[in-house]
Design a binder for this molecule. Sequence first.
Ligand code: SF4
Length: 76
Amino acid sequence: MSQWVYNYRGSLKIDIDIDTCTACQLCYDRLPSVFVNRGDGIPFVVLKVDLNQIYEELVQVAEDCPSGSILLSWTE
Ligand code: SF4
């Protein structure tokens, strides 16, 4: 599992579980400003835009990930 932390209403952590990811491409097709194919179909996180601008879509993409491999968590 890889982890990245970005500030968003406290800190938002975006975890990609690379053991369960099926490389379906959904996340980087829908949100290329956040997820990028690392070359083998597994995404890694880049953040090219203000997270506030794409937050709702990020939550939706995490929900739509067919293997539940995108985990969002918040810390104070
Ligand atoms: S949507 Fe989920 S299963 Fe598909 S590539 Fe992204 S993390 Fe992997």
